[in-house]
Write a protein that binds this ligand. Sequence first.
Ligand code: PGA
Length: 236
Amino acid sequence: MKILVVDNAQAGGQKAFQMIEEAMEHGAKVLGLATGSTPIALYQAMTESAVNFSEMTSVNLDEYVGLSGEDSQSYRHFMEEQLFSKKPFKETFVPNGKAENIKAECTRYDEVIAAHPVDVQILGIGRNGHIGFNEPDTSFASKTHQVQLTDSTIEANTRFFEKEEDVPTQAISMGIASIMAGKEIILMAYGKDKAEAIRATVQGPVTEDVPASVLQNHPHVTVILDADAASLLTQK
Ligand code: PGA
């Protein structure tokens, strides 16, 4: 893993954007995208740039079960607001949280991923080490699946909702095997809250207890951190 420590989220977003641009110059056509506060600076860098994404396809990591794409709390809505409405893509995929049959939707989404192999996968990380909504103990072999969110994830997400009762408790998430299939992976993390998850991811054992630790097995991962998120790493 390559570790880059940057001044702040803005600098991290710029760095991730440069890496995406380079990948596009080398033929990348599919971006794996993430929601949450972490990638916002990257999406800002993308929307403020002159780069044309109209030949690019995006595949998002996850969506809440029970929310339609029009719901202002849905991840589809987040992506439209932050990026797609400002920088049109050729095609954008986000799981359908309102699908009648969630299992069938997971299968459909695996087909989407297979048809659009991800060139550059963007990731944030949860305080418990989750990537996408793959909570601790998710199998490293997992494909797209329905997940029960942990209490810590629900609590962390409450800040986006009026009341904790409004936070969905289930989601559809790309699996860990699907994430690992990305050719290149960029994980960003900022703030002290993420320091322990980053230590366990980068310097702990590779274990399903810490989903992001699987990234140690991937040949092309860059981890972009601010000093707080990097604060528990020991020099090697
Ligand atoms: P955050 O979420 O970017 O809002 O911190 C990251 C995550 O939980 O994956």
